[in-house]
Design a binder for this molecule. Sequence first.
Ligand code: PNS
Length: 161
Amino acid sequence: MKKGLCVYPGSFDPVTIGHLDLIERGADIFPEVVVAVLHNPAKEGCFPIVQRLELLARACSHLPNVRFDQFDGLLVDYMKKLDAGIVLRGLRAVTDFESEFQMAQLNHQMAPDVETLFLMTAPEHAYLSSSAVREIGMFGGDIAPFVPACIVEDVRRALKP
Ligand code: PNS
């Protein structure tokens, strides 16, 4: 198993400043971080996978030890493919706990050598989610405070009512 490699999986539809904060903190702790976007054919999402990856890459261009990938199927299979042992996830509030706990337990049962590491989301981002950004943008609200500055225009254009 590759030491020092961690995987931050998610939908990132689109990446928010909350995600970016977590990626930056992960990149401070681990020599190598792979941000892995789930490609779920049953759930198309709002932004195409290619655009989600492009927005992530632009938002993280200052982080040389972070790379980007997509995966489908089970996360534990993707972890095995990368020979990675650590899943990084953010916890925003107690409301996240139950589903995150379930996911971590199931993943651990399927792949006992995979550990899930949680970082508490910074309090100023605790309210933030991609779905809230999508809703605000689609109803004509200002998404600028919630996504990295370098991607604001693209997100705004994509969500424009
Ligand atoms: O950003 P999200 O939507 O909270 O990320 C959820 C994600 C992608 C981490 C999770 O849905 C996932 O790992 N899906 C892959 C399928 C899988 O492995 N399921 C079993 C664990 S319950």
